[in-house]
Design a protein around this ligand. Structure first.
Ligand code: G6P
Length: 740
């Protein structure tokens, strides 16, 4: 308040000074205007009495005095005198001041111009004008008019007062407006900043400023693009395909299949695997149709395919084809469990699990990549198809496909982080991995950081030219673009169409877990993988209860964990450790009574069940130690059409760049994460809504159709350029290219 007053005073004083300067300038201008006015009036008075003066000049002095008295009837003319050219006073009115004798004025009005002066008399200030009477030879002398200037002082005083009041009012008005505008701007700015930094009572769980800035830049440029082209939807993706790719069918290569047929005691059942890749890609395939080439891993998969190993999916909808590729157990062990998941997975994630590279695994990896590349080539319907290769299972496939289909447009997307060059150098076959990916037309990553790491790796290990401005690698005149395409989920999520209300979901989850009706609920949903930071998450729950006793017996964290890659020792270890830790924490707080802190649900959960938990939760904690994107964070946002619930999110996920409104934490700092859980549980409904609303807006706009759409538009553009530069011939009407 004091600061405001001080600011106001300084502002008014400054403006007052300006007003005073303005007043003096204006006063001198108006005074000169008045004097000019005075001279004009004198001339007019003498001219209008001209004839009478002429007639009476040489005659009766009494009559001349009468004429002069007539002239002084003008209220501003005090007195007048008639002077001969020789300086004799011919006549004068009563009040004529004696100090202005005709003698003293003589000669001053000799020419035809009026002579003027001002003087201070005891009665006040006067203005004296001697106006010549007659012209040339008929020149008689002059009439001296004395003007009362006291009115001028009065007028000046009035003007001054009006001016001062006006300037003061103006100064005060300007000061207040400036103050209000400055206050509003400051408040808006701080509010924006606070919101951007997830402020309020939760200022310590801020996203990295760098991420907020880059998100803001991305949003600005991409929203501008969207304003011109509209939001992405399945329809728009379909029409993009028709427009840019003449409706050709897409061929996708991904290890994990979107539908797994499993034998159960009651018959064959279809499972939806827990996989971020599948979550993202499946809606895209439903929108675009085409073929998904994947490993047939289900126990009933062979029974459900046709003679070409095809099965139409989704069951009941049948909008695209799933082509299953079979592997021997040895192949699966070497390629999938070995090289991909014991080698590349820990290599690419900074989660402190040592990568293991075995020659045998590598050989399987090469062989299986070849097998899948061949399957892809069997599925294409032209010799310049568009092929989407997914993830670290198929680093070699792009080059292998290119060898068979040199005209193909191959888009590879790496769903996990790409490490720095030094780290990738740990892999004994890093050259082959990078060269394999460079068989692509475009290599995509979630973040620009991963793109930069990839380009640095190419620079460090490959013979190539790097076009850093275009983010491209050129090898023997073939270009590979390196681009960031942050992945997302479908919007709206089809699993949510018929889902129960938030209250029903919450009540049923509490019932299922045996919790009280007022239990506060936290949720985590993951494959049981050491990169997800599940141990740190459970420890954060323990910290929450240690540091914030009010939540003891009131809060339960439900961890949905889908067993994953359990053939690998490290994953089995993790399963055991999590089981023990959950039991240990529950035991520790047993004495409190009420709800147990942790409900560990180690099982595969189908999407409707996952969404039921996400809707029931008061808080969702995603604590990955390192994650390319993490789509559970975005699924939680999609699930909350009530705009409630708080997301606590690890700063080491790609998602933290897209969702700065989450409470962003360092999962290794379990104290900080515990405090974040407390802040989430205490957060006002208004703040929850504000944050959730902003996140929902982003995810709805930056959905998976945009992810796929932008990649496909870039792929189509690459192909158009390739064709234009003559390396490819134009397609025939059937969509096939004629040979070169
Ligand atoms: C990550 C990988 C995916 C993989 C998923 C599930 O998201 O990037 O490629 O499908 O994990 O793992 P899984 O080994 O079960 O396919």
């Amino acid at each position: 308040m004091q600061r405001t007053l001080r600011f106001l005073l300084v502002l008014v004083a400054g403006l007052g000074l300006l007003a005073a300067a303005g007043y003096f300038a204006l006063a001198s201008i108006t005074r000169s205007w008045f004097e000019a006015d005075m001279e004009l009036r004198s001339r007019l008075a003498v001219t209008s009495a001209g004839r009478t003066l002429d007639r009476r000049w040489g005659g009766d002095r009494h009559e001349l005095t009468e004429t002069l008295t007539d002239i002084t009837r003008d209220e501003r003319i005090m007195a007048a005198a008639a002077c001969s050219p020789t300086g004799e006073t011919l006549a004068s009115t009563e009040a004529y001041p004696s100090m202005f004798t005709c003698e003293s004025i003589r000669g001053q009005s000799g020419d035809s111009r009026a002579w003027t002066t001002t003087a201070d008399l005891p009665s006040g200030r006067v203005h004296v004008t001697a106006v010549p009477v007659g012209d040339g030879p008929t020149r008689h002398g002059s009439v001296v008019l004395v003007h009362d200037l006291s009115f001028l002082s009065r007028r000046e005083a009035t003007t001054r007062n009006v001016l001062l009041v006006a300037f003061f009012t103006l100064a005060l008005g300007a000061a207040v407006i400036t103050l209000v505008a400055a206050r509003l701007a400051w408040r808006g700015w701080t509010l924006e900043l606070r919101q951007a930094l997830a402020g309020g009572g939760t200022a310590e769980f801020q996203p990295l400023l760098r991420d907020v800035r880059s998100l803001a830049e991305r949003l600005a440029s991409e929203r501008e693009y969207d304003a011109r082209t509209g939001l992405w939807s399945p329809e728009r993706l379909r029409s993009t395909l028709t427009q840019h790719l003449s409706g050709e069918r897409l061929v996708v290569l991904a290890n994990r299949e979107p539908y797994i047929h499993e034998k159960t005691p009651t018959g064959v059942t279809v499972l939806h695997p827990a996989s971020g890749l599948v979550t993202a890609l499946e809606p895209v395939m439903r929108a675009c149709s085409g073929v998904w080439v994947a490993h047939g891993a289900g126990s009933a998969d062979r029974e459900t395919v046709d003679s070409r190993d095809h099965v139409a999916v989704p069951p009941g909808e049948e909008s695209y084809v799933l082509r299953r590729v079979w592997m021997t157990e040895a192949e699966e062990n070497g390629y999938y469990y070995g090289f991909a998941n014991e080698g590349l997975w820990p290599l690419c994630h900074v989660a402190h699990t040592r990568p293991i590279f075995r020659v045998g695994d590598w050989e399987h990896y090469v062989r299986v990549n070849r097998k899948f590349a061949d399957a892809v080539c069997d599925e294409v319907d032209s010799d310049d198809p568009i092929i989407l290769v997914q993830d670290y299972h198929f680093a070699l496939a792009p080059k292998m496909i290119r060898e068979r289909l040199p005209r193909a447009t191959i888009l590879s997307f790496w769903h996990i982080p790409w490490p720095n060059a030094e780290r990738i150098g740990i892999c004994p076959w890093h050259d082959e991995i990078i060269a394999g990916l460079l068989g692509s037309s475009i290599v995509g990553f979630h973040t620009q950081q991963h793109c930069n790491n990839f380009i640095d790796s190419v620079d460090a290990f490959m013979e190539s030219r790097i076009d850093r401005e275009a983010n491209a690698v050129v090898q023997s005149s073939r270009k590979t673009l390196v681009r960031a395409y942050p992945i997302s989920i479908e919007w709206p999520v089809h699993w949510l169409t018929d889902i129960a209300s938030i209250e029903e979901c919450r009540a049923s989850v509490r019932r299922d877990l045996g919790l009280s009706d007022d239990a506060l609920l936290g949720v985590g949903v993951d494959r049981l993988d050491y990169t997800k930071g599940i141990e740190e998450r459970l420890l954060a729950v323990d910290e929450l209860l240690t540091r914030h006793p009010e939540f003891r017996g009131r809060f339960t964290f439900a961890q949905l964990g889908a067993p994953s890659r359990t053939k690998i020792g490290r994953y089995r270890e993790l399963n055991d450790r999590i089981e023990e830790l959950a039991a240990e924490i529950n035991r520790k707080w047993e004495h409190v009574g009420g709800n147990r802190p942790i409900a560990l649900l180690r099982a595969h959960h189908e999407p409707p069940d996952v969404y039921r938990y996400l809707r029931a939760a008061h808080v969702c904690y995603v604590s990955s130690l390192h994650d390319g994107m993490n789509l559970v964070a975005k699924e939680f946002v999609a699930a909350r059409d009530d705009e409630r619930g708080v997301l606590v999110l690890s700063q080491f996920t790609g998602a933290a760049r897209d969702l700065p409104e989450a409470l962003v934490v360092n999962p290794y700092d379990v104290g900080q994460a515990g405090d974040a859980l407390a802040a989430a549980l205490r957060m006002s409904p208004e703040e929850q809504q504000e944050r959730m609303h902003a996140m929902r807006r982003l995810v709805s706009e930056f959905n998976v159709y945009r992810w796929a759409g932008r990649m496909l538009v870039d792929a189509a553009e690459t192909r158009r350029r390739d064709r234009m530069f003559g390396r490819l011939s134009a397609p025939t009407r059937s969509g096939r290219s004629v040979g070169t």
